[in-house]
Design a protein around this ligand. Structure first.
Ligand SMILES: [Zn+2]
Length: 331
């Protein structure tokens, strides 16, 4: 599992219906959950960004599930149905380590990406269920971020992904995550400009939740499709997103350079950084990441000191890594 990228139509009436519900929930300070209205004492993601110098996100999903015994070849999303106790347990471990927010186990949960696997046709149920599971696991004091990963298909003309297909699948995922009660949505580990723009268009057509856009610069300081950090900022900063950033990627030394370029380009737009715990190596039959918690924490604390506003980890980062970041941030 060198990179989490490889793990594996709605009409206007729906938009109106959803936005009406969301606006009502935010305005009144309550959110419907499972048909029961629950008082939300937790500030929103944007309020927290204003109140605190830095927020601590969680770490990896897939590589921690490997440590917890997920069978080879099983997609992390399958655990939402087959092993929800383990999914909830990892969310709780990150909260105990200091995370202010956790990401749902829905990185690969667009219907388009699920189409050829065992969860084909279950996208709506999966995204709603994963969001509700995360919320139940972390309680009301921690934010739940809905993870939206790429479809796994290249954009036209290099591949079969068209704007219409992309917007339909991302809109469905965003709506399902919102219905499940997430506090924000995170488009993460993207590499192509087209697919990212289509995902933002889809999410914003369906939800007014805070939206973060995070790319994976895993070719040195560029994405697989050659995008540079500053180009990502230039493309997404004007679109009303609440943060831009980088996740996954390759080495922490590369992330050092990526963070500098993002910060130089982002002006006042908050920066989100969730890198891998260093470079993966194959040792025996397992993948080992070379950054121990102290090393990971030293890099992440330096990003926060430079101005990054949300820090955490991606592949290879365990609850111990997040606890080390929390300590390095003196939390
Ligand atoms: Zn990753």
């Amino acid at each position: 599992m060198p990179n989490c990228r490889f793990w594996s139509d709605q009409g206007p009436w729906l938009k109106t219906a959803w936005l009406g519900w969301a606006e009502l929930a935010h305005a009144s300070g309550v959110l419907a959950a499972g048909g029961v209205r629950t008082l939300r004492a937790m500030p929103s993601f944007t309020q927290l960004l204003e109140e605190r110098p830095v927020l601590l996100a969680d770490g990896a999903t897939g590589t921690n599930y490997q440590d917890m015994g997920i069978a080879p070849g099983v997609a992390p999303e399958e655990w939402v149905f087959s092993d929800p106790a383990n999914v909830a347990e990892l969310h709780r471990r990150f909260v105990e380590s200091g995370s202010d927010l956790v990401l749902t186990c829905t990185f690969g949960a667009t219907s388009l990406r699920l189409a050829d696997g065992p969860l084909a046709g279950r996208g709506v149920e999966l995204n709603r269920g994963a969001a509700e599971l995360a919320r139940e696991a972390v309680g009301e004091g921690v934010l739940v971020a809905g993870s939206i990963g790429p479809t796994g298909h290249l954009s036209d003309p290099l591949g079969p992904l068209t704007r219409e297909l992309a917007v339909a699948t991302f809109a469905e995922q965003a709506r399902s995550l919102a219905e499940g009660g997430v506090d924000l949505l995170v488009i993460e580990t993207f590499f192509s400009l087209d697919e990212g723009l289509w995902a933002v268009e889809a999410v914003q057509s369906m939800s007014d939740l805070p939206l973060v856009v995070s790319y994976s610069f895993d070719q040195g300081t560029r994405t697989m499709m050659g995008l540079r950090p500053a180009e990502v900022v230039e493309a997404f900063a004007p679109l009303g997103v609440v943060a831009v950033g980088a996740n996954c990627g390759k080495s922490l030394a590369d992330t050092d350079l990526i963070v500098d370029e993002l910060l130089g380009a982002a002006a006042d737009l908050p920066l989100w950084v969730k890198p891998n715990a260093g470079v993966p190596r194959i040792v025996g039959d397992t993948v080992v990441y070379d950054a121990d918690p102290a090393t990971h924490a030293a890099h992440l604390a330096s990003y926060a000191a430079k101005g990054a506003r949300v820090v955490g980890g991606c592949c290879g980062s365990t609850p111990a890594h997040i606890a080390a970041v929390a300590a390095a941030l003196a939390r």
